[in-house]
Design a protein around this ligand. Structure first.
Ligand SMILES: [Zn+2]
Length: 91
C-alpha cells in the first residue's frame, strides 16, 4: 500500500464555490486556515479574513469625494459673429 498519498492538512469548505472554475465543494483550507485551495483547478490564494470591513457610511464617502474633486471653472467661449453662418441657408 503506497504511503505517499497522504492528504494535505486541511479540510474542505462546505458550500464554497471556487472563484476560478466555479465548482462547489472543491475548495479546502489549510490547517491554519490561512490559505484556501481548489483541488479541481489548482486555484489557490489567501483565504479572506472574515473580519467585518469598516462600514463606510455614505455621508463620509460623499464628503471625501467632494474634497477629492474640486470644481473646475467652466468658461463660455464667445465665438463671435464671423463664425456663425446660421442665416445662410434660410433663404
Ligand atoms: Zn477551481
Amino acid at each position: 500500500m503506497p504511503g505517499n498519498q497522504t492528504p494535505p492538512p486541511g479540510r474542505f469548505i462546505a458550500g464554497a464555490v471556487c472563484p476560478r472554475c466555479g465548482v462547489m465543494d472543491r475548495l479546502m483550507v489549510s490547517g491554519d486556515g490561512a490559505l484556501r485551495r481548489c483541488v479541481d483547478c489548482g486555484f489557490g490564494d489567501e483565504r479572506p479574513v472574515e473580519t467585518p470591513a469598516p462600514v463606510a457610511t455614505r455621508v463620509s464617502r460623499a464628503a471625501a469625494r467632494r474634497v477629492e474633486t474640486p470644481a473646475d471653472v467652466v468658461r463660455l467661449i464667445d465665438i463671435g459673429e464671423g463664425a456663425g453662418e446660421v442665416g445662410k441657408g434660410e433663404d
